[in-house]
Design a protein around this ligand. Structure first.
Ligand code: NDP
Length: 682
């Protein structure tokens, strides 16, 4: 039988002994064996820290992003292979799409996110902080990649997505990973890592894979490492509280049991589109991936006078779900990941049945297409009813990780909010309502207890990504029972793998360190006008002190006529009593335009291709006729742009700090404008 290999220290290695047998979830036949016995787990972590980490941390965000993009494109060439293996985990084509292409989609998303970061190995965090009166002392928070390794301990339900959604983030941050998928479905993760390794796209040591037990891996972690765990709360808690992890203060992100809920708004009645949207969403969440989703709806709250109608509608919808061999086109719901998982689900349902009753489905039988219920890990969707949810703690605590959900009545929105919170923290919650006031009440009332919330109605249902889909740029995680962790979240997630350091010093020192001009730092003026320089020739801190211009009354009147902006403060000297102006004030946009007139050199063609826009602009002191203004223009930041098509001009965006000062030396306006500048070399 095929023995799975572990990808460690740049090579594929099998563990010692016969190993654990892994089974096809659909027909029970053995798929492979696997073992991590005899592996040196300390050496694996050391390899990541000494090989993968230095290679990744010295790359820039843009290089890491392009690497993720190349990886995503490469994996897309091997979809057929991944799908054929995925069926063996019990997943239908639609389930496999979420796992495989959803995972690859995450790589693409984080690849694109590189544009939100500088083309540096580190990034700035937040605004600069002036710390002195004269402006010679300041601070800026920086984020630098941690020197350790991301250790991902994953759940069995999404062997591909679970791995790719996590590594996309740590790789963009510049940190390598050791992935330990759940053993029962690790053969699919192994197939994907085989392709990743063969592609040679990642630097050596950037990714290692353990197919089987984690051994004593966690006994060798350090404070520079990050552990993420997805699985049961009991395992999570026992790992999180290990002495080594506490002693070393290792960040531990946990995503565990979550009793996610959906609420039917009191405004929704049969016949409204929201009624059907609600039924469809519940059915989808119960049956996709046979309910083995950390985000699946486990609790359904419905106004008490509508429970019966909802029960009938849900029963009808669930009866249309065809179950069986995922290779059969007619099948809409496959099996659980294995017989152990089915046993677990049945045990958990028994606990729920102490206070609930089954109103749809059966624990003991299931009608199948093209499959044998004795061999495969199949189970019928189970809809339970609990009539006294306020007095039934189990229904808010017991997670049956399968197609199982409990319908419950509520008698007021306040009670629905209270019930949703009885789950003590979940990954996501949905309210279906056409009434946005009601939605606001629910979101603000229950928001403390859920990581993500969806307001679903006819306006967004068509394009909604749904209750159960964690998204790359949104936070995935939840408080309390859900683990208290955070995964993905776009830029937020990347920061989990970086150390935040507050750097203090002079504006000039901080400009040199951050490569972003800090106001008050020394500038550099030379004989060449900055707009005559190509992108590569412009240096951060390049500065131009422009000539001067005296603002006249006719400037103000002419600008009013040209722009049609006849706001009273610019044109009516008799209207100023009680305002902050003494005389008709020049338009702010005139000051901005006049500033451009001062810093744009002349009509000679230059490498500046266009005015790209304004990041922000403030008018800080009124300018009256008679004032003389001048501009200090300083290069603040540069961002190279990708060449998208063959004939594209090579170029970048330059951010300029524009400080407008008057004859007293006081600032009258300040802002950041952007120009698109051609590169010298294509
Ligand atoms: P576990 O908590 O048993 O396993 C989760 C992961 O932890 C697996 O990779 C497992 O590896 C690993 N693990 C277990 N023990 C250790 C250890 N001592 N050291 C290091 N790693 C360890 O959860 P299951 O996957 O068995 O699922 C059980 C229940 O958890 C489900 O029925 C469901 O209720 C819940 N669950 C919740 C999820 C969520 O996202 N909220 C997702 C999946 C499950 P191995 O497979 O080798 O044991």
């Amino acid at each position: 039988m095929n023995k799975l290999e572990n990808y460690i220290k740049g090579k594929w290695e099998t563990g010692d002994g016969d190993g654990q047998i892994l089974f096809n979830a659909v027909n029970g036949s053995p798929v492979a064996t696997t073992s991590t016995k005899g592996l040196d787990f300390n050496a694996i972590l050391d390899y990541a820290r000494t090989k993968g980490n230095p290679a990744l941390r010295t790359m820039t965000f843009h290089e890491r992003g392009l690497m993720l993009r190349a990886l995503a494109l490469h994996l897309q060439n091997h979809l057929d292979k991944f799908y054929s293996i995925s069926y063996q985990t019990g997943a239908t084509k639609a389930d496999s799409w979420i796992d495989i292409e959803g995972g690859i989609g995450n790589l693409f998303s984080y690849a694109s996110l590189r544009r939100k970061f500088p083309d540096e190995s580190f990034c700035l965090d937040g605004e600069p902080h002036p710390l002195s009166k004269a402006g010679s002392f300041m601070a800026q928070h920086l984020l630098v990649p941690k020197e350790g390794v991301a250790i991902h301990i994953n759940a069995f339900n999404f062997p591909v997505w679970g791995m790719l959604e996590k590594i996309a983030v740590n790789l963009l941050a510049g940190v390598p990973a050791v992935v330990k998928p759940a053993t029962v479905t690790c053969y699919l993760a192994e197939a994907v890592v085989k392709e990743i390794a063969a592609s040679d796209i990642l630097p050596d040591g950037a990714l290692q894979l353990l197919c089987g037990s984690a051994g004593d891996l966690l006994q060798h972690v350090t404070a520079q490492d990050v552990i993420t765990f997805t699985g049961s709360a009991s395992t999570g808690k026992s790992l999180k509280s290990q002495k080594r992890i506490l002693d070393e203060n290792v960040p531990f992100t946990m995503e565990a049991d979550s009793l996610n809920c959906i609420v039917l708004g009191e405004d929704v009645n049969p016949g409204m589109p929201e009624w059907d949207i609600f039924i469809k969403e519940v059915r989808k969440e119960m049956t996709v991936k046979a309910g083995q989703k950390c985000t699946a709806i486990r609790r359904i709250f419905v106004p008490e006078n509508k429970v019966e109608d909802i029960q009938l509608a849900l029963g009808k919808a669930l009866s249309q779900t065809t179950i069986g061999n995922p290779l059969n086109d007619k099948v809409r719901m496959g099996s659980l990941a294995g017989l152990d998982q089915r046993r677990d689900v049945k045990d958990q349902v028994q606990k729920l049945l102490a206070s609930s009753q089954v109103i749809y489905g059966s624990l003991d039988s299931v009608e199948l297409i093209d499959a044998d219920a004795d061999k495969g890990a199949f189970i019928s969707p189970l809809l339970l009813l609990n009539e006294k949810p306020l007095y039934s703690p189990a229904v808010h605590e017991v997670e049956a990780f399968g197609p199982v959900s409990t319908l419950m009545p509520y008698n007021s929105l306040e009670e629905a909010i209270h019930l949703s919170k009885m789950g003590k923290g979940s990954l996501c919650s949905t309210i279906v309502t056409a009434n946005n006031k009601l939605a606001k009440h629910y979101i603000l009332g229950a928001g403390t207890h859920h990581g993500r919330m969806l307001v679903l109605n006819s306006e967004c249902a068509k394009e909604s990504t749904g209750h159960g889909s964690p998204l790359p740029l949104l936070v995935h995680g939840g408080p309390g029972r859900a683990g208290g962790g955070e995964e993905m979240g776009g830029i937020r997630g990347v920061k989990h793998y970086m150390q935040r350091v507050a750097v203090q010093g002079s504006p000039s020192s901080l400009t040199a360190i951050t490569n972003v001009y800090q106001q008050g730092a020394k500038g550099y003026e030379d004989m060449v006008h900055p707009f005559r320089k190509h992108f590569e020739e412009i240096a951060i801190g390049d500065q131009l002190m422009t000539g001067k211009r005296t603002v006249t009354e006719s400037d103000i009147i002419n600008f009013a006529n040209l722009s049609w902006d006849h706001f009273y403060a610019h044109v009516d000297a008799t209207s100023l009593e009680g305002t902050m102006f003494e005389k008709p004030v020049a338009h702010g946009y005139f000051i901005l335009s006049a500033a451009a007139g001062l810093f744009v050199e002349n009509s000679m063609k230059c490498p500046v291709l266009l005015n790209y826009g304004i990041d922000e602009f403030r008018f800080t002191k009124p300018v009256y006729a008679g004032a003389t203004i001048q501009v200090r223009l300083t290069c603040k930041e540069k961002k190279t742009q990708d060449i998208k098509e063959e004939n594209d001009v090579a170029k970048g965006i330059v951010k300029w700090l524009v400080e407008v000062i008057d004859e007293t030396g006081e600032q009258v306006a300040i802002g950041t404008i952007l120009t698109m500048v051609k590169k010298k070399f294509q």
